[in-house]
Design a protein around this ligand. Structure first.
Ligand SMILES: Nc1ncnc2c1ncn2[C@@H]1O[C@H](COP(=O)(O)OP(=O)(O)OP(=O)(O)O)[C@@H](O)[C@H]1O
Ligand SMILES: [Mg+2]
Length: 215
């Protein structure tokens, strides 16, 4: 049952936490499932990740940023995601093209039409079967992400955590707007403890798998 499932949401909304829990849940049900993330997922894309998230690169132009994310995605799709789907696996991916639509569109103000074309090109037309949007207030999300970076020694990946609160509020709203016109995007209320959010996530996945199995 090859499904491509992506996780989206602002910084600190709990994407990675929930993805890992869902991985465990699906493995427990004996599905063949792999987890990956963007930017990254393979050596070339991991090198691009370092460039993209390094706070020292605060002079990166918006178009450079867009093209680097897209380059990382192109390699990730060809080298990792498509082969895994072809092998019949469920792929769980931490961020994908929607992040480009929202961060480079809402966040950086780049042209939507152009972003759509570049996304399509980079992903070779691949779109997720299901997208879980973890919706969480920007201020609290940023706070969580900054604390996590300090504790986990992840400051080298904190370029977006340095953006203003209004930037992240625009991103949250951009994701919510996306969910209103993309049927595959499910909004998950990410407020509450990890177990409560996991229950919400699992209930969406269970319904999704059931609907695909009976189709
Ligand atoms: N429901 C929750 N309640 C309390 N803390 C949480 C919850 N979910 C995640 N956290 C904690 O908040 C921090 C951020 O969570 P996580 O790394 O999963 O977010 P993320 O969406 O992947 O962030 P980023 O976009 O920066 O990668 C982590 O330290 C995590 O342990
Ligand atoms: Mg994460």
């Amino acid at each position: 049952m090859p499904f491509f499932i992506t996780f989206e949401g602002i910084e600190g909304s709990g994407k990675t936490t929930q993805l890992l829990r869902l991985l465990e849940y699906l493995q427990g049900l004996d599905y063949q499932v792999v987890a990956t993330r963007e930017p990254g997922g393979c050596p070339i894309s991991d090198s691009i990740r370092t460039l993209l998230l390094d706070p020292a690169n605060d002079e990166m132009a918006s178009r450079t940023e867009l093209l680097l994310y897209s380059a990382a995605r192109a390699q990730h799709v060809v080298e990792f995601i498509k082969p895994a789907l072809a092998a019949g696996k469920i792929v769980l991916c931490d961020r994908f093209s929607d992040a480009t639509t929202v961060y480079q569109g809402e966040g950086r103000g780049l042209d939507r039409k152009k972003l759509e074309e570049i996304n399509e090109f980079a992903a070779e037309g691949l779109t997720p079967d299901l997208t879980l949007l973890l919706d969480y207030p920007a201020e609290e999300g940023l706070q969580r992400a900054r604390e996590r970076n300090q504790v986990g020694n992840l400051e080298s990946e904190g370029r977006f955590e340095l953006e203003t609160l209004t930037f992240h509020q625009r991103i949250r709203q951009g994701y919510l707007d996306l969910a209103t016109h993309e049927e595959r995007v499910y909004i998950i209320d990410a407020l509450g403890d990890e177990d409560v959010v996991t229950e919400r996530t699992i209930s969406v996945i269970d319904r999704f798998i059931a609907s695909r199995s009976s189709a």
